[in-house]
Every structure is written in C-alpha cells, then in structure tokens.
Write a protein that binds this ligand. Sequence first.
Ligand SMILES: O=c1ccn([C@@H]2O[C@H](COP(=O)(O)OP(=O)(O)O[C@H]3O[C@H](CO)[C@H](O)[C@H](O)[C@H]3O)[C@@H](O)[C@H]2O)c(=O)[nH]1
Length: 162
Amino acid sequence: MAILVTGGAGYIGSDTCVELLNAGYELIIIDNFSNINPNSLRSIRNITDKDFRFYVIDLLDRNGLENVFSNNEIGAVIHFAGLKAVGESVSIPLYYYQGTMGTALVAFFQSTDESRRQLEPSNRPCGVLVEKNKKPNLLRICRRIRLFCLFWCLTPVKIRLS
Ligand SMILES: O=c1ccn([C@@H]2O[C@H](COP(=O)(O)OP(=O)(O)O[C@H]3O[C@H](CO)[C@H](O)[C@H](O)[C@H]3O)[C@@H](O)[C@H]2O)c(=O)[nH]1
C-alpha cells in the first residue's frame, strides 16, 4: 500500500517524501513541475538511497490521475500541489482558484471512494486524506460549498470585452 504525494517535487513535498521513504513507506509522487525543476527528485533519491514511482501529471487531468489510482494500490494521499505566490494570486485570481482549489477538489474526488471513505482535511494549504468509517456531515459540507462560492463571487475579476 503506497502513499501518494501530490506536489512531491516541491519545497515542502520533497522534504515530506524524504521522511516517508526513510520511514519505510512505499511512495508515489505526482507533480507537473510548474514551480520546480526535476532535479529535486534526484535529490530525494540521493538523500534516501531509495526509489519511488513518479508521474508528471497535472492534477486537473482527471484521466491521468485515474490511471495512477487504477495502476497502484494507494492507501493515503498527502496533497501539496498548489499555487502559492500571493502577488500572482492577486493579478490572476481565477487561475489561482483553479490551480489551488480546483486541483485539491480533483485530488479529493479521485482519492475518495465515497461509499467507504471519508475525507479528513488537515490544515491549509495541504490536506491529508485518510480512510474512516464515519459518515460525512452533509450540512457542514453544504455550508462550506456556499462559503467557497461566496468568496469566489467576491473576487474582483477584470473581464475584457473586445
Ligand atoms: O497544479 C499544480 C500546482 C503545483 N504543483 C507542484 O506542487 C509543488 C508545490 O511546491 P512549492 O515548492 O511550489 O510550494 P511549497 O508550498 O512546497 O513551498 C513554498 O512555501 C514554502 C513555505 O511555506 C517556502 O516559502 C517555499 O520556498 C515555497 O516554494 C511544486 O512542485 C509544483 O510544481 C503541481 O504539481 N500541480
């Protein structure tokens, strides 16, 4: 049973991957290299002297992600892939909503077989998904969705009509 780390080539992700490999976990990394170069994967291998599976996939590519899940036994997902530059998020907000909330949603969807798993989000901006037998609190989920949409609508966006 492997642990899937999204954004595992990144700053926090790669350190986490080193710790997971050193602790003896089987590891799978997904990263689209939008904010890092592939050398960080070599560093993870050099530091730990251990190997792992790696996929260059954009999390918005649902088919690609589905293949990763169907070809591997994944027991847990640690989600680090996201966009995080504050200045940039102000100038291109919709891209940031998609690149951070959108990718998280796809990762969560893919990770949870809703009939038997319960999503357990940890602190922002990353999330840890664990299997649980608890039923989701639907009221709380609906409130959160409304809150997300409200924030989204309040985002000032310039639309050029020409
Ligand atoms: O859609 C996406 C978006 C991003 N990524 C990947 O996700 C990883 C995210 O890692 P970052 O290094 O960009 O972000 P971190 O949150 O890990 O680290 C950032 O925050 C840290 C503090 O929290 C430090 O400031 C650090 O320098 C800064 O990069 C990157 O490899 C990026 O390529 C994807 O795979 N898919």
